[in-house]
Design a protein around this ligand. Structure first.
Ligand SMILES: C=C(O[C@@H]1C=C(C(=O)O)C=C[C@H]1O)C(=O)O
Length: 392
């Protein structure tokens, strides 16, 4: 039965109390997931247990039903809670596996000023790692790498591919020549908006500030805007900063709504990317490689050049297939100074230390002219467990 209340303030006091209780329970659940992780170390069970998740979701949907909470609402909330629990356990196990990898304070470099997509990705990546961040803004990708190589930063965060505009070639090319290792990855939703500094309307906009990547990712919407002057900037944050300083009704920046807020910009038009599902995958690089515990899913990235013998790439890919190694991505880039020669970048969903991967490396070394492991790192992509609740 619903209780009767006297005033809005009184109702809000109760809502606040419930919200606080929800938060306290979430924190308690998160702590319990650490106990689960400790028990999994003892029994060498993998962190992810989708059978348990299925059972838990179905039970909660049923339970929710009894409180008139619909199944969609319940699953969405618990997908988020389970994702946190899995990532929290992964972070904990990784810290045990690499005891000196994460210091209490880490310096992280990324492209752009505060609020750039790379800045948001680095905050997100380190959010469950229980470490304090010192942020280092860089004005180009080469500097992001350089400051880590020279020891001025501990980690660098670099975008590597986007679901609309594809691979970020400049970053792939930097990886060919760096001594750094890939130690992590994170995929971030990218929600582009047109942001302005003063109240205005779409028909007044004649100048657009943007980094070339987001510009490309929004090309279809931008075509509908007709003839506008394009000012390219070195980062999204730079675009937002310039528009904030100009304070003109005819200029807009492409950026993310929450980053725009930092610059006092408001969205004039949201959801302008070519694909609604616009994601960017970022990699995290460091001077020292990490090991990934076998209890969590790992990815390994290699680069190799096969020379120009016909069929040599196919032979390499057959090695992976025959060892049941799943390839998540294959990218090729020209080798500077060797016309028509290609460097292949391969992401596989396998731990570097696994027997299969060790055997693959042995065979690939024989088949290739050059091969190098860029890193082995935890896969942080926690795909939600599907439940068939409609048939219940
Ligand atoms: C907490 C556990 O680890 C993972 C997280 C789960 C959760 O948050 O409920 C459930 C199953 C596992 O994928 C567990 O195994 O119980």
């Amino acid at each position: 039965m619903t209780k009767s209340y006297h005033s809005l303030d009184e109702i809000r006091t109760h809502v606040t109390r419930i919200d606080n209780e929800i938060l306290a329970l979430l924190a308690e659940r998160r702590q319990l997931s650490l106990e689960v992780a400790k028990s999994k170390i003892k029994t060498t069970k993998p962190v992810r247990d989708q059978e348990r998740e299925q059972a838990l979701l179905l039970r909660l949907i049923d339970q929710g039903n009894q409180h008139q909470l619909d199944a969609n609402y319940v699953t969405q909330i618990f997908h988020t809670i389970i994702e946190d629990s899995v990532l929290f356990q992964q972070a904990y196990l990784q810290k045990l596996t690499n005891p000196d990898s994460l210091q209490p304070v880490v310096r992280v470099s990324f492209l752009g000023a505060k609020g750039s997509y790379s800045n948001l990705a680095s905050r997100q990546y380190f959010s469950r790692k229980q470490t304090k961040l010192v942020e280092m803004s860089c004005s180009n990708f080469r500097d992001v790498v350089n400051v880590v190589e020279t020891g001025q930063a501990d980690y660098g965060v670099l975008p590597i591919e986007n679901t609309s505009s594809g691979s970020i070639n400049e970053v792939y090319d930097l990886l060919q020549h760096t001594s750094l290792s890939i130690v992590g990855e994170i995929t971030q939703p990218i929600e582009h908006c047109l942001l302005t500094a003063v109240p205005t309307s779409l028909d007044k906009i004649d100048t657009l500030y943007s980094h070339p990547q987001p510009h490309q990712q929004c090309s279809e919407y931008l075509r509908t805007m007709g003839d506008i002057r394009q000012e390219y900037t070195s980062s999204t944050a730079d675009a937002m900063q310039q528009v904030a300083e100009l304070k003109q009704p005819n200029v807009a920046a492409i950026g993310n709504a929450s980053s725009g807020e930092l610059y006092g910009l408001t969205p004039l038009k949201t959801g302008i990317a070519n694909q609604q599902e616009n994601f960017t995958r970022f990699i995290v690089v460091a001077r020292k490689a990490v090991d990934v515990t076998p209890l969590i899913p790992a990815k390994t990235t290699l680069i190799m050049s096969t020379g120009q013998k016909p069929g040599s790439l196919v032979e390499c890919l057959l090695v992976l297939r025959n060892l049941n190694i799943n390839m998540a991505k294959l990218e090729s880039r020209p080798v500077i100074g060797n016309p028509w020669e290609e460097m292949f970048y391969v992401d596989v969903e396998t731990n570097l230390k696994s027997e299969a991967m060790q055997q693959a490396l042995e065979e690939l070394t024989r088949l290739t002219k050059f091969i190098k492991v860029l890193g082995c790192y935890p896969s942080e992509n926690v795909k939600p467990t599907e439940v068939d609740y409609l048939e219940e």
